[in-house]
Design a protein around this ligand. Structure first.
Ligand SMILES: *[C@@H]1O[C@H](CO)[C@@H](O)[C@H](O)[C@H]1NC(C)=O
Ligand SMILES: *[C@@H]1O[C@H](CO)[C@@H](O)[C@H](O)[C@H]1NC(C)=O
Ligand SMILES: *[C@@H]1O[C@H](CO)[C@@H](O)[C@H](O)[C@H]1NC(C)=O
Ligand SMILES: *[C@@H]1O[C@H](CO)[C@@H](O)[C@H](O)[C@H]1NC(C)=O
Ligand SMILES: *[C@@H]1O[C@H](CO)[C@@H](O)[C@H](O)[C@H]1NC(C)=O
Ligand SMILES: *[C@@H]1O[C@H](CO)[C@@H](O)[C@H](O)[C@H]1NC(C)=O
Ligand SMILES: *[C@@H]1O[C@H](CO)[C@@H](O)[C@H](O)[C@H]1NC(C)=O
Length: 465
């Protein structure tokens, strides 16, 4: 009797654990490698475990990383680099070869569960590849099938700007240039293969672009009695992330795919940034990441107002501050860890640590309001001299008069050093071209300073914020 009763209960439990394993609400970490000072793959995997990440996403299929993930319980997401998509879309044998080389050798020991075809392709200016995307996804799926690999879901990551409208959430609509020709067949593929719509979703950027109208606490899951009710649905929102996710849900519904599941491929909040970037600090980063982990790991799942109770598998961006990421300063400061492996603030991605147990005080934020004052653009510390030389001639070739003051005998000629000449050129270039979109970045060679570098008769042009 006992035996007979035991068997069905046991199989039921097994069944439940299998299906929930497939779509568990565990949180993971994006392991980006765009730094020249990062720990080795094996050290990194130990750090990933110490953060209690249950998933990891990498931006390629790096064999050293995959080897280091052997026999761990971490679910792994690998990626086909953007450059390969066009060729793979046109050749089944190339697709087969990629899977045979990058997946098959690891699949038995490494829990590879997601294979992403490209990174934010539909935001990439190379529009030619857009049309290769879904065909490449189909080919990769077929290659996996031919190797009888069933546990790997195939998808691709999208930035939130695949939407042309996201507010109110019920008005969520895909961009008209991609909606019919690309998104619709993609959703058909994702629906048929029970995969996910992988979305990179950053309340930070939405808030920073519109900080006058969006309450910071609402973006940080801290607004106690601030809600927004969508007039189109009467659904009530308590945070910005839910709004952004539901905008995608309604956009998919509009195209006839109301059931495709969401997977947060990236979310996070920068712990630092440039002087002209608002709200990028350790306090906000810790608050966002801790709160988002809590929301996403709560059991039973919370979901969103449009999809209450739905599990949303998620991956935080990112493991490290990556010093070689191009773009504004925030790009290089999304890490949970410094490059030396030290946590920037306490965080436990399993969600098992209650918020009240994060005891170490966080530094008070000082840049939650926009910076007001004059700033200059200087050569950053410890950067490649050859690259600075190239950037100097680039800056000087752009404008009439940008570099007049550093010509022989002119007011800023002395000291005749690369640092001072390039810093002058960067400041002068930025002052002249900020209006038309010029930035103080120079591929990470430049940094902003509120301290006037002018000396003697040499006056550095500055930008007033
Ligand atoms: C794609 O295929 C073309 C033609 O065979 C080849 O020249 C090119 O190098 C390939 N591109 C990549 C990124 O492998
Ligand atoms: C809804 O989205 C469309 C574009 O898809 C936009 O033109 C319109 O202004 C949006 N409606 C509201 C109320 O924001
Ligand atoms: C909540 O609302 C009350 C009254 O509307 C207001 O006084 C209070 O400051 C609000 N609390 C927060 C945390 O926003
Ligand atoms: C929202 O609620 C209001 C007031 O209860 C009601 O008049 C309206 O029809 C509702 N709208 C929707 C879309 O359900
Ligand atoms: C790691 O790097 C951070 C930031 O540079 C620094 O504050 C910290 O002291 C370093 N920790 C160790 C153990 O080196
Ligand atoms: C320095 O920059 C130059 C030009 O951009 C590049 O060719 C060179 O490889 C760089 N050197 C190092 C050590 O990164
Ligand atoms: C710089 O060049 C632009 C475009 O060629 C011109 O409109 C502008 O007047 C020039 N400015 C100076 C200071 O020469």
């Amino acid at each position: 009797m006992m035996g007979l009763g035991f068997v069905p209960i046991f199989s039921l439990a097994l069944l439940v654990s299998i299906s929930s394993a497939e779509i568990s609400n565990k949180v993971g970490i994006n392991y980006g490698q765009l730094g020249n000072n990062l720990p080795s793959p094996s050290e990194s995997v130990e750090l990933i475990k110490s953060l209690k990440a249950k998933r990891v996403k990498i931006y390629d299929a790096n064999p050293d990383i995959l080897k280091s993930l052997k026999d761990t319980d971490i679910q792994v997401s690998i990626m086909i680099p953007n450059e390969l998509i066009q060729n793979i879309s046109k050749s089944q044998s190339l697709s087969d070869h990629w899977v045979k080389t990058n997946v098959v050798p690891y699949y038995s020991d490494v829990k590879i569960r997601y294979l992403l075809v490209g990174n934010e392709i539909l935001t990439n200016p190379d529009t030619g590849t857009w049309f290769n995307l879904v065909p490449a996804m189909r080919r990769i799926k077929a290659s996996l099938k031919s190797h009888k690999i069933k546990k790997i879901k195939v998808g691709t990551t999208s930035a939130i700007n695949v939407l042309e409208s996201s507010f109110p959430p019920s008005n969520g609509t895909f961009r008209s240039d991609i909606s019919g020709p690309i998104i619709k067949p993609m959703l058909r593929f994702l629906d048929r293969t029970k995969s996910f719509f992988f979305i990179d979703v950053y309340p930070y950027f939405a808030w920073a672009d519109n900080y006058k109208n969006i309450n910071l606490d609402y973006a940080l899951f801290k607004a106690k009695n601030l809600t927004y009710t969508d007039p189109g649905t009467n659904l009530t929102y308590t945070n910005l992330l839910d709004q952004m996710l539901d905008a995608v849900v309604f956009a998919m519904k509009r195209l006839g795919y109301p059931g495709v599941r969401l997977f947060i491929a990236e979310t996070g909040w920068p712990n630092d940034g440039d002087i002209d970037q608002i709200g990028a600090n350790i306090y906000n980063s810790a608050t966002f990441n801790r709160n988002v982990v809590k929301k996403l790991t709560t059991k039973p799942a919370i979901g969103t107002p449009a999809r209450p109770g739905w599990v949303i598998p998620s991956i935080i961006f990112a493991l490290y501050n990556e010093n070689q990421k191009p773009g504004p300063g925030t790009e290089r400061h999304f890490g949970l860890l410094y490059p030396n492996g030290t946590k920037i603030y306490e965080i436990d991605l399993s969600g098992d640590t209650p918020l009240s147990e994060y005891k170490k005080p966080l530094p008070a934020p000082t840049n939650n309001e926009p910076y007001k004052g004059k700033i200059w653009c200087m050569v950053a510390k410890g950067v490649n001299e050859t690259a600075v030389r190239d950037a100097l001639s680039y800056a000087c070739s752009q404008g009439n008069g940008t570099c007049d003051a550093i010509q022989t005998g002119k007011k800023c000629y002395k000291p005749d050093s690369l640092f001072w000449h390039a810093s002058y050129a960067f400041s002068s270039y930025w002052a002249q071209f900020k209006k038309s979109g010029g930035t103080c970045s120079f591929n990470g060679l430049a940094t902003m300073t509120p301290k006037d570098p002018s000396f003697g008769h040499c006056k550095f042009p500055g930008v007033t914020l």
